[in-house]
Design a protein around this ligand. Structure first.
Ligand code: U2F
Length: 450
């Protein structure tokens, strides 16, 4: 018979911004399928939990619990300071999680047998250590960006802290094509004593303590040197993705009928445009992108955050309505798998890149922050499956050129061939004998043996 102590009780600590909590929930859902005796307490802010529940629905044996967001009473989001909620939240950690965890233990009478967290929430290591249980971290971006965070001190020593330069990391196995200017901002410039730079630096120092670090990627995607170096630093680094293929979350709905619209378009003709969940490009760049689409009459499907009537050139929506569609949110995964899509114009968020690979769609990338520049440089120079936009900003000419290359040139055809290879490897990784499946089993062993 089941008793309280025979059941596993797993604490899950989310980072409640960008596309972080969703893959974490996907990971948890998969673990819960494999460990039917486990019960999960999923800690995030009320807002993040509400979005997860609205988009993904209830998940069996997962209880969503709210932690303090750190926002002052009456706080109103200010577009000119979009990072403020992150800063407030970080100031409230780890106390907000500690308090919430203790309340759950007191109320349920069940201690936690394991801590799973977003890798950003490095203090989960200490919470787990205090209770003598394992900590498993999930890295929601690609291995390369984790690798550079793990080597922040080394990179600062080699490159100085002079900020972004053209010099390449030729001394860094696997990353020799990457330039200092492609590294996440703050990695080789400025102080590391507060906010996100502090968080990432701490994370790099503490992750080696994790029982395992799982990641949403697959071993065959990157160069052997990257995997090798990662394993040297984190012996239990386990790629268990791509989550799009392996996690069990429900796909998003298609309330704006994007798929029906794609049905009417020619093969590989459409530019799908989205900049993820956080970014909205500045107005002059939105204008340039719109002008480029209109000048080329490129069919487009644009997932637009904001108000297109106010933010795009006057009359653009009417003039392009025959070949263009704007929606506030789109079922991206399905769209990228539709044969009408020929290019993905993206900010280079990790989830978007993987979803594009799985759809076999080459990318045009306009990176903004964090891992995005590194992702852009990698997909252009290492994998050959996309282009960075000239000057890292949308201009009408630069955008027209990039669309021409990807949609109409021999180079674009080669990109499609290369991405087809990576796509195949992704599907193989999640087959029953695949590398990601084996790695997931290794994670499960750690969880079930505790
Ligand atoms: C942060 O990522 P973002 O949320 O900005 O971007 P992505 O990693 O590309 O994830 C966007 C997700 O939102 C989905 C899309 C992706 O799964 O399918 N989506 C959608 O379903 N419909 C839409 O209309 C638009 C998007 C950060 F900014 C990045 O730099 C990091 O790489 C990332 C992961 O850590 O988190």
């Amino acid at each position: 018979p089941e008793t309280k102590s025979s059941r596993k009780h797993i604490a899950v600590l989310a980072f409640p911004f960008g596309t972080h909590a969703t893959p974490l929930l996907g990971f948890v859902r998969r673990i819960s399928e494999a460990a039917s005796d486990a019960k999960f307490s999923f800690f995030s802010t009320a807002q993040s939990n509400a979005v997860l529940l609205a988009n993904r629905g209830e998940v069996e044996r997962v209880k969503f619990l709210d932690v303090d967001s750190g926002l002052p009473n009456g706080y109103v989001f200010n577009k000119s300071d979009p990072n403020a909620p992150v800063v407030y939240f970080l100031k409230a950690t780890p106390g907000n999680f500690e308090r919430a965890v203790e309340i759950v233990v007191a109320e349920t009478g069940m201690e936690f047998s394991c801590f799973i967290s977003d890798a950003f929430m490095w203090f989960a290591a200490e919470m787990a250590e205090k209770r003598r249980v394992p900590w498993i971290a999930l890295w929601t971006s690609g291995p390369r960006s984790l690798l550079v965070h793990l080597h922040t001190d080394f990179l600062r020593e080699r490159l100085g802290i002079n900020g972004p330069g053209e010099q390449t990391l030729e001394f860094f196995p696997g990353l020799s094509e990457i330039r200092a200017m492609d590294l996440p901002e703050g990695l080789v410039s400025g102080p590391l004593d507060e906010g996100v730079p502090l968080l990432l630096h701490k994370m790099g120092q503490i992750l080696p303590k994790a029982a395992a670090v799982a990641a949403n990627s697959y071993e065959e995607l990157d160069l052997p040197d990257v995997n090798k170096l990662m394993k040297t630093r984190l012996p239990k680094f386990l790629n268990i993705g791509p989550f799009t293929l392996s996690s069990l979350l429900l796909p998003a709905s298609d309330e704006y009928c994007c798929l029906e619209w794609l049905e009417k378009r020619e093969k590989s003709s459409v530019a799908y445009i989205s900049f993820g969940s956080v970014i909205q490009p500045p107005l002059p760049e939105l204008t340039a992108l719109a002008e480029a689409l209109e000048a080329r009459k490129t069919p487009f499907l644009w997932s637009f955050r904001g108000n297109p009537t106010e933010q795009l050139p006057l009359g653009f929506l009417q003039r392009t309505s025959v070949y263009g569609k704007m929606v506030p949110w789109a079922p991206q995964i399905k769209i990228l798998q539709h044969s009408s899509v020929g290019v993905f114009v993206t900010h280079g968020g990790w989830n978007s890149i993987l979803e594009s690979i799985i759809g076999g769609v080459p990318m045009i990338c306009r990176p903004f922050f964090g891992d995005q520049k590194l992702n852009e440089r990698t997909l252009e120079t290492v994998w050959g499956i996309g282009l960075g936009i000239e000057g890292r900003k949308f201009t009408k000419d630069g955008t027209m050129k990039a669309l021409e290359v990807v949609l109409c040139s021999e180079q674009g055809k080669i990109m499609r061939e290369k991405i087809a290879v990576l796509k195949k490897l992704a599907f193989q990784a999640v087959e029953s004998e695949g590398s990601s499946t084996a790695n997931f089993k290794a994670v499960m062993e750690l969880i079930t043996k505790t």
